[in-house]
Design a protein around this ligand. Sequence first.
Ligand code: ATP
Ligand code: MG
Length: 449
Amino acid sequence: MANGKTPQRIRGTQDIFGEDQRRFQHVVDTFDRVRRLYAFQRVELPVFEATAVFARSLGETTDVVSKEMYSFEDRGGDSITLRPEFTAGIARAYLTEGWQQHAPLKIATHGPVFRYERPQKGRYRQFHQIDAEIIGAAEPQADVELLALADQLLKELGIADGVTLQLNTLGDAETRDAWREALVAHFEKHRGDLSEDSLARLDKNPLRILDSKDPRDRPIADTAPDIDAHLSSAAGGFFESVTKGLEAAGVAWTRNSRLVRGLDYYRHTAFEFVTDRLGAQGTVLAGGRYDGLIGQLGGPETPGVGWAAGIERLAMLVEEPTEARFDAVVVPMGDAAILRGQAIVTELRRAGVSADMAFRGNMKKRMAKADALNARYAIILGDDEIAKGEATIKALDDGAQASARFELLPWTIFDLVFEDIGYEDRKESKPPLASRMPTKKAGEVYWTR
Ligand code: ATP
Ligand code: MG
């Protein structure tokens, strides 16, 4: 470019690479495996929606809608918003795509979401969520199943120990109205000490003052009346079914009678999985029941329950995943060997063997590449090997060497890797391999040291 500086990454976005990416991938892969165990179907959804999808679902007075949305007018003059969360878009799709016929629908997804927030550790403007929802089920069993899914996911990620499930009920409409009155009376008494944000919430949505992070609000929120005195018998019964179900499923929880969620659409069950290992950004997974949402979007009254978790926050908590070992690195020396190497590396990959070629620097440098990839075998091709039509196989763990004819090389390496790790393990990590079992037996390999 003629002049000007290189454009920089936008504040609050991330380029995720190396160890960070491996952690991220580990969270996504684990989620994808566990959601299948629970029969949740994967869906792919648009990254942007009509602004009304979020404005109507989340409520105009929520932080997300009032100050965090990335909204813009597109070239056709329509107001568009980058999704700040998944639930509203899923509810929209449920209505517009005829998914009602599949109710109760258990779905899962993951991807980027966007919120204009002040960036800091664990808080970004483009971050990523995993998300699970059950739409069209009013039964408390759906709540239990979603919580069991979340609990198993955190256990399989190895982070359940430092994380607590905090559970509350927000009751039904009758309960909420009665509780709201009691809260307003309490907050009115402390009007002078509330933050400006909370004063604004006092008229529109006093429940949300309980969720405030402002230190001026905390003592007032912490001494506010809890919901229990106002629970209708229906709402109390629902909550009891959920807690009994959790006990039956072996999911540990604690009651947090002042837990509310930041969005307007929640009813009954509300929950957060919280850790003290991430400082102020301690909520790793959160959700609840949103029986009012689909009606708010103009659809028939439809119950729903779901949760979302920040992938970055989960990734910060997991241990670095161990990398699968690489099978083979082809190390050619000389022009003829390079061409032969190109053929061999391709054949290896087609046989389901992970393989790469080292083509830069001297022999030592090329062997270092095999080490860097944590490969099991180096396949060495020099002038001697080309003349004989045989490659030298070097086992990188113990330095033993053997040779194999070029045409048998894919099957030889394939067999060797099987001997090392067993067929069943391999089938797990690379499913297509089963159909690529070698048709020829490579024969004995004679190792020399
Ligand atoms: P917080 O109270 O931390 O702002 P939230 O209530 O806004 O969270 P939700 O809308 O419930 O969060 O989103 C679910 C999860 O997404 C959170 O528990 C958290 O793990 C993650 N999350 C939310 N906002 C961000 C962000 N800006 N950057 C990274 N992760 C986030
Ligand atoms: Mg937030």
